[in-house]
Design a protein around this ligand. Structure first.
Ligand code: ARG
Length: 460
């Protein structure tokens, strides 16, 4: 029999029963639901809204249910729709009348809101920790490759020289922002909606500050209607996760390119790649490709929830039950991707020779050549024009700027001298880029130090 049987003259159609039910996916909130109920019951007892001994009975009952769920002794039922009604039904079955008092001054609307916030509050630190672990891998790779010169690209055309360490620190900075975004999200959602009731709070003297504190929230939410209709925190988290996945997908794309025979900048460890069922020679970067692909799922969850919430009138609407699968799937996906991506990166082998070869073939030092002339007094635009002509000449003769004879340099500008070769050496080009944030060894060491500090500050 349904809780609301008193108001109805017919049983719920089985189609509706199945359609309406969320226990299939919200069962994972059992721990949060029980914690919320224990806080609520404790407060009801303290405020004299129910008898203290009944509150005690409820709390003990809930603790026993929690233990049984964890021991896999509980089967939830579709007839009880969701995790909230399942647990309440179990409680009443077990402890009788006292169980029926638990829902005093409460609605499933504030209950689901508090459960989901508690869940997200637990998962965000897990994700932050995983991102920080990835930062450690980036630090390690960067430290080992401070002198590994490689081409930096724009338009995927060789542009200017950089190092693998500088490249790793570029990603480290993106992930650093991801961490601070997640921290901001956590900070903003740290308010407790319990006690908001269906939408208009309650006529009972509920102590919302006590329940907020008992559940580890900073404070209760300030408006009861907003409390039950707000899913901003979930959307904000999905936005953070989408941006994080966007970063992982860019990195994945680079790894897919880098381990192709055309680049061969890196080799994936055998344990982190896969073969082909037909082509015996293949070694595929499946992990990077799957991370790139799963990014679409996380974006999908964000768009799902934005669309579910679009135009919804206040306060709770059943549409909002659709928030959970999207949110859970995105969290699960990110938590699945981060460790495997980190391990893949940790175990890949860098091929400095191939990177250096690519860096020396594409006139990557052309800007440095123009800067050489500029430092000898020529206006940059004129120097730029001269080097353009030199590059054109080299392409015709199959030369590079490093191998061009001095007389050929001088045929185009008498400002060129023997010291041009030193100025154009890739090591010089990288290490002279000492500007804050640049690829020189000392500059990248500074960048690594900043990321190390950032990580350490969160491990204390
Ligand atoms: N299972 C519901 C959800 O996830 C719980 C809230 C139901 N509230 C209601 N008024 N029907 O949103």
């Amino acid at each position: 029999m349904k809780l609301w049987a008193g108001r109805f003259q017919k049983e719920t159609d089985t189609l509706v029963n199945d359609f309406n039910s969320s226990i299939g996916f919200d069962a994972r909130l059992y721990k949060q639901d029980i914690a919320g109920s224990i806080a609520h019951a404790t407060m009801l007892g303290k405020q004299g809204i129910i008898e203290e001994h009944e509150a005690q009975k409820i709390i003990e009952g809930l603790k026993a249910i929690l233990a049984d769920i964890e021991d896999d002794k509980v089967e939830f039922s579709l007839d009880n729709e969701d995790i909230h009604m399942n647990i309440e039904a179990l409680l009443t079955q077990r402890i009788g009348d006292a169980g029926k008092r638990l829902h005093t001054g409460r609605s499933r609307n504030d209950q689901v809101a508090v459960d989901t916030r508690l869940y997200v509050k637990e998962e965000i630190p897990v994700i932050i920790k995983q991102v920080l672990d990835l930062e450690q891998v980036l630090i390690k790779k960067a430290k080992a490759n401070l002198d590994t010169v490689m081409p930096g690209y724009t338009h995927l055309q060789r542009a200017q020289p950089t190092t693998f360490a500088h490249y790793m620190m570029a990603y480290a900075n993106m992930f650093k922002r991801d961490v601070t975004r997640l921290e901001d999200c956590l900070e903003r959602l740290d308010e407790c909606p319990l006690g908001a009731g269906a939408l208009a709070a309650s006529t009972y003297p509920l102590d919302r500050f006590a329940t907020a504190q008992a559940l580890g929230f900073k404070k209760p939410t300030d408006n009861s209607m907003d409390s039950v209709s707000d899913r901003d925190y979930a959307i904000e988290l999905l936005s953070c996760l989408s941006i994080l996945m966007m970063h992982l997908s860019r990195f994945s794309e680079e790894i897919v390119l880098w381990c192709s025979w055309e680049f061969k900048y890196v080799d994936l460890d055998d344990a982190y790649s896969t073969g082909s069922s037909i082509m015996p020679q293949k070694k595929n970067p499946d992990v990077a490709e799957l991370v790139r692909g799963k990014t679409g799922r996380v974006y999908g969850s964000l768009v799902t929830l934005l669309t579910v919430m679009k135009s919804l009138p206040l306060a709770y609407n059943k549409d909002m039950q659709e928030d959970k699968e999207a949110l859970f799937d995105a969290i699960d996906t990110v938590e699945l991707c981060l460790p495997v991506f980190g391990a893949m990166l940790d175990t890949l082998t860098v091929r400095p020779k191939n990177m250096a070869k690519a860096a020396s073939g594409g006139f990557i030092n052309a800007t440095d050549c123009a800067d050489y002339l500029t430092k000898k007094g020529l206006p940059f635009r004129e120097a730029y024009m001269i080097v353009g002509r030199l590059v054109n000449m080299c392409i015709k003769t199959g030369d590079t700027l490093d191998t061009l004879a001095l007389k050929d340099f001088r045929a185009i500008s008498s400002l060129f001298d023997e010291d041009v070769y030193e100025a154009l050496a890739l090591k010089t080009c990288v290490n002279e880029r000492k500007v804050y944030g640049g690829p020189s060894k000392e500059s990248v060491e500074k960048q690594i130090g900043l990321i190390e500090e950032f990580v350490q500050a969160r491990q204390e």
